[in-house]
Design a binder for this molecule. Structure first.
Ligand code: NAD
Length: 316
């Protein structure tokens, strides 16, 4: 199978690297020149459990270099999706499937504006990765990790099955799962709750989850997300949402969320696809979401004021 990963940062390199090692023809496509050049010169550095190996994989900044592929995996950040999918058109032939495993809500609609819905596949993954530098990714989730995919059309075709089996052969344990929307909204409980709050401070997931004053805030964001999901017909209960939040927070307690990485680097976050999406869906469906709105507003203030931040001062 010929695969192009559009947005070959941390997660794109993790998925692309594993698929290439499993024998698929993989193109890593990214606008970050230094990263692409490093991969071309010495392969992709791939660190896992303290061991680093080199993975031979094609890389380019120019989608036409790769030409049409069987599968495009979109793994840029939400804010870059519209531009990335527009630039990715040379990769997309009439039979090409486009898979998004990005976090949050809204990327599927952006992709559907360019790619017919019957060729769009949505999903999520519990795997995690960080970039060590140009051309070097580290798998930061030490468990087996799970990935769930589901075609937007609801029709499981042989090409969708081939994608799942290629991913399974690459140790990207993948299930074709009709309850993927339930899983996406359950994951939103984490991303809009503990991950977003840990970016306000910023702290690790474990440090924010353990703080006694965080508990009520996280219970409130969870309650609202569950109410919005239920109004959409997604059968997520508060008990399932809150149990998942505390369980994942305990399992990932040393993890630094990607929004936290963004704010510490002075970058835009994915808040629009996370708490922003909860607020917008709540408004549309008549469900109040004040706790998500509060976190959304705080992050928007943070990302709009990096240059004016007051620093320094001695602790006494
Ligand atoms: P990242 O910032 O490491 O990688 C994104 C890459 O996209 C960057 O290398 C960037 O240069 C590239 N890009 C931007 N515009 C582009 C364009 N027009 N064309 C091609 N490439 C472009 O981000 P990440 O951490 O890998 O996250 C990607 C997605 O996966 C996000 O939605 C994130 O929320 C989600 N996610 C991340 C993790 C994690 O552990 N990092 C886990 C699960 C889900």
């Amino acid at each position: 199978m010929k695969v192009a990963v559009v947005g070959a940062g941390a997660m794109g390199s993790l998925f692309g690297g594993r698929l290439a090692e499993a024998g698929q023809e993989v193109w890593l496509i990214d606008v970050w020149k230094a990263h692409v050049e490093a991969i071309r010169a010495g392969g992709l550095g791939f660190s896992e459990r303290g061991v680093t190996r080199r993975v031979a994989v094609k890389a380019t900044t120019e989608p036409p270099d790769a030409g049409p592929v069987d599968l495009v995996i979109v793994f840029c950040k939400h804010n870059d999706t519209a531009e990335a999918i527009r630039q990715a058109t040379p990769l997309i032939a009439p039979e090409t499937l486009v898979l998004t495993l990005q976090n949050g809500i809204g990327n599927v609609d952006i992709i559907k504006a360019v790619v017919p819905a019957e060729r769009v596949v949505m999903g999520l993954t519990t795997l995690a990765a960080i970039l060590r530098g140009p051309g070097h990714v580290e798998a930061s989730f030490l468990g087996r990790g799970e990935t769930y995919i589901w075609p937007v059309s609801g029709r499981v075709t042989p090409p969708v099955e081939r994608v799942a089996s290629a991913m399974n052969a690459a140790r990207l344990y993948t299930e074709i799962s009709p309850d993927v929307e339930f899983r996406i909204w359950r994951k939103l409980v984490i991303n809009a709750g503990v991950t977003a709050l840990s970016a306000v401070v910023p702290l690790t997931i474990g440090d924010i989850a353990a703080h006694p004053n965080a508990r009520e805030i996280l219970e409130a964001t969870t309650r609202e997300i569950v109410a919005v999901a239920q109004k959409k017909g997604i059968p997520l209960t508060y008990e399932e949402g809150i149990e998942y939040l505390w369980r994942v927070s305990a399992e990932a307690k040393t993890h630094i969320g990607s929004m936290t990485v963004d704010v510490t680097r002075g970058r835009k976050t994915e808040i629009e696809a996370i708490n922003g999406a909860v607020v917008r869906e709540g408004e549309r469906l008549g469900v109040p979401t004040p706790a998500n709105r509060f976190i959304y507003d705080l992050i928007r203030i943070i990302e709009d004021t990096y240059e004016r931040r007051i620093t320094g001062g001695e602790r006494r």
